[in-house]
Design a protein around this ligand. Sequence first.
Ligand SMILES: [Zn+2]
Length: 271
Amino acid sequence: MPELPEAETVARALDRALKGKTIARVEVFLPKLRTSLAPLMKAGLEGRTFVGCRRRARYAVADLDDGRALVLHFGMTGVARVDAADRPRRKHEHVVITLTNGQAFRFEDPRRFGLVEVQPPGSDGWPAGLADLGVEPLSRAFDADLLFRASRDRKKSVKELLMDNAVVTGIGNIYAAETLFASGIRPQRRACRLTRAECATLVHHAKRILRLAIRWGGTTVSDFHHVDGSEGKFAQKLKIYGQKACPVCGTPTARVVLGGRTSWFCPKCQH
Ligand SMILES: [Zn+2]
């Protein structure tokens, strides 16, 4: 599943590909992805111009010149591409938005868990549908105090706390595992047992690892590729996720399933 760094990489690529481009035609080839595609057809997008693209959580937000935005989520297998409009449509390209410059935006999604919606602006400067998301992990609002406060009275694991979108949005499975390894904290530890100093360590490493992953174009997992078909290179940098042995002490890694997701950890380095 694409996580924050992948969404950031895609949003930056879409910004370059779509900014200043005008929509000529919108076509959808099935009734719904995660949500109905009918409103997209009826949105009257023809003649509207993209003014840029940015990221919020794991969403890419392509802003239009009338204040609305095309909101994308990539689900499990969603891929956004911008290429020649006369190229034959592939089987799983469910949305094609033809631009007046001879190119087309295409959303391909074999497993159909993705989302393509037009949303009106909300009160916080982001599309209305994204109003309930927690703070961005790379923003100043995500700090040790916030994490410490959110962890009190919480019987759930630290891993699930880091992945709780109502607290901090967009730290997914891979980056939570890497953050916990770098912090020396076991994923299954109860969140309420974190000290304030450990919260500061977690916040520091979460930001550092996400920034590093963005620099490397994210991590390509299973079917996820970028706008230009390339793969993220951060997979080469993973220290614990999917690894057989701890890169620090050589101990075989252990696995635990929390909230339905597998997490790797070193039983010697993480406490
Ligand atoms: Zn170790």
